[in-house]
Design a protein around this ligand. Structure first.
Ligand code: MEV
Length: 422
């Protein structure tokens, strides 16, 4: 019998129909609701049965290191792109952000031994003796990265707990680097096993980028004013909210979620690995054994200063970028010509997103704007088409913002438009 993973997507859908998991209707939707070439989709992941589309938006006018950028964002949540735009607009009134990323884009890979028959010190000594052999092995394992000017830069040995850990610092050039680092780590691990007379426990990259990108901004408080609250008061409250996030992890996690609203959306748009960036970000937030806000705000002389630090394991070549046409367009829109530019933009976007969220929280609250955008989503879910969407949204201003209201309003709109027959 053909195994599920050996089937074509169509056969897999049929199999799920037979098992009562899908209806014919579901299968038809999965078959037709597609944006990617079938072959690309089926080869990108395993057990593929359909595709999953999300909207691609663009946040405009974020000034980073004196240059203006448009940032493509893929996200399902209403108000995220609007908030990014809003943050970018306020930053632009103040000259934008200054951002800096590590000059060399490196990934760390670790090879770990948990048993060493020759003893801890002898094993470490033996590995140190083989420094040059490790360099040669790494070069042979991935010659293409050498040709592109990268490769293994440093070897260090560490002893966390009862383990011996060889850390390889690998210059991955413009790639995200996971495949390069893992290929080199596995090849080096096999070689080390012979010297150490033991099997390596693991050989894998760490998703914590060795150095963070840092974005900073200075805002004149008057540029933060809302309809009812003066800018200085808003700035003071933003500082208080930022301080709260440093002593209350319940607030810190939501504060950071707001930052990742922007960063993850812009990472997803280019087909980069959002999980790697998220894991790295939260690890960095907890690096001092307490979970901290990634961005912090303080005030001096009527100026609000924001600073965001985040490790960003992303690339601009390789991986899914190559096979996803929309990711390539997103990269073009963003003008991500180097990894460092991309990282600087991502960190600045995170800071803008954070500012917009905090300003809304201390000002009008987020629900007003959020629910206005949510109404559009509800209108669509209720089945509104064309001008019915705007009409439903407009009528929802004075009703509960839920699906039942959207459905009721849509019914009324349609009933009013139906010419009665006699
Ligand atoms: C909502 O997606 C994000 C916020 O909750 C972030 C925050 O509270 O800082 C508004």
């Amino acid at each position: 019998m053909t195994k599920f993973y050996e089937m074509t997507p169509c056969e897999r859908r049929q199999c799920l129909i037979r098992e009562g998991i899908l209806t014919e209707n579901d299968a038809n939707t999965l078959e037709s609701d597609i944006a990617l070439d079938d072959t690309v989709a089926n080869n990108l992941i395993e057990n593929q049965i359909g595709q999953f589309a999300l909207p691609l938006g663009v946040a405009r006018g974020l000034i980073v290191n004196g240059k203006k950028y448009d940032i493509p964002m893929v996200v399902e949540e209403p108000s995220v792109v609007a908030a990014a735009n809003n943050g970018a607009r306020i930053f632009a009134l103040n000259g934008g952000t200054t951002a800096q990323s590590p000059a060399q884009h490196t990934v760390l890979a670790e090879i770990v031994f948990d048993t060493f028959p020759d003893g801890l010190n002898n094993t470490i000594h033996c590995l140190q003796q083989h420094h040059d052999d490790i360099i040669t092995c790494a070069a042979q394992a991935k010659p293409s990265i050498l040709q592109r000017g990268g490769g293994l830069r440093k070897i260090t040995i560490d002893t966390p707990g009862r383990f011996i850990k060889i850390v390889l610092t690998i210059d991955v050039q413009a790639a995200m680097g996971a495949n390069i680092a893992n290929t080199i780590a596995e090849a080096v691990a096999h070689l080390c096993e012979q010297w150490v007379h033991s099997d390596a426990l693991t050989a894998i990259l760490t998703n914590l980028a060795p150095e963070p990108t840092i974005a900073t901004v200075t805002l004149k408080t008057e540029t933060l004013a809302t309809k009812n609250i003066p800018g200085e008061r808003i700035a003071q409250k933003i500082v208080a909210l930022s301080e709260l996030a440093t002593c209350d992890i319940d607030r810190a996690v939501t504060h950071n979620k707001g930052i990742m609203n922007g960063i993850t959306s812009a990472v997803l748009a280019t087909g980069n690995d959002t999980r790697a960036v998220e894991a790295g970000a939260h690890c960095y937030a907890a690096r001092n054994h307490q979970y901290y806000p990634l961005a912090q705000w303080d005030m001096t002389n009527n100026l609000l200063h924001g600073r965001l630090e985040i490790p960003l394991q992303v690339g601009i070549v390789g991986g899914a970028i190559r096979s996803l046409p929309t990711a390539r367009i997103a990269q073009k829109i963003g003008r991500y010509h180097s990894v460092q530019t991309y990282q600087n933009i991502l960190a600045s976007l995170g800071l803008a997103q954070n500012l917009a969220a905090l300003r809304a929280l201390v000002g009008p609250g987020i629900q007003k704007g959020h629910m206005a955008l949510q109404a559009r989503n509800l209108a669509l879910t209720a089945g509104a088409h064309g001008d019915e969407i705007a009409l439903t949204v407009q009528k929802m201003q004075s009703t509960a913002k839920d699906l039942a209201s959207a459905q009721q309003i849509l019914q009324e709109i349609r009933a009013a438009r139906t010419i009665p027959t006699v």
